[in-house]
Design a protein around this ligand. Sequence first.
Ligand SMILES: [Zn+2]
Length: 247
Amino acid sequence: MTDELFRSDAYLRDCEARILRIEEGGVVLDRTVFYPQGGGQAGDSGWLVLSDGREIAIADTRKAKDAEGKATQEILHVPAAGQEALLGALKPGDDVSARIDWERRHRLMRFHTATHLLCHLVPQPVNGCSITPEYARLDFHMTEPLDKEMLTAGLARLVDASHPLTVGAITDAELDANPALVKSMSVQPPRGTGTVRTIRIGAADLIDFQPCGGTHVANTHEIGAVIVTKIEKKSANSRRVVLGWAA
Ligand SMILES: [Zn+2]
């Protein structure tokens, strides 16, 4: 099992860790700051720094899967191409320093938090989500048209208002009693421990509240200049909103 340090503190850029296993798909550590691809958010990239200072480039992070293809509690740090020689020098029990590409992760955190603001501006069920460093998109299950300029202005207003974000938890039973909290039709809340992690944006004003396992910034102000670059009619009852960085 990998201790997921990014769950309690999304701002951690590195951590000391011990190698548990090295397998074909990647390196498993006892603890990590690397977020594994999930909930629409891309996996982290970065480096594993060996005790002698050599660095293994990590291209992606995934949840490990068992023989039946089910995600386990372990996280795979997927090496970039050409790291074989360095990987060959690693063995279980070795200490490494795990360091994420922070510039890239911070863009993911800003976009991810912006998608929560979109959920406030477009109160419709979400049936698709993808968050990358270059763009983010949310698909809403709806038939009405959406206005690009109005949404960009709405995002700017919520960013300027500097709403704080807080991480909390509710029990599985509380979630079952309040199914409307789940806004995503495509991503299931991160269950399995008896409680589900929740994200709340807004202190006195409630901007958004929903189960979410991703990484976010602590205040909407930190999102900065995000704009809606495109709105697409994906199907008769699906509207895709694409976010980008303002030039
Ligand atoms: Zn989230």
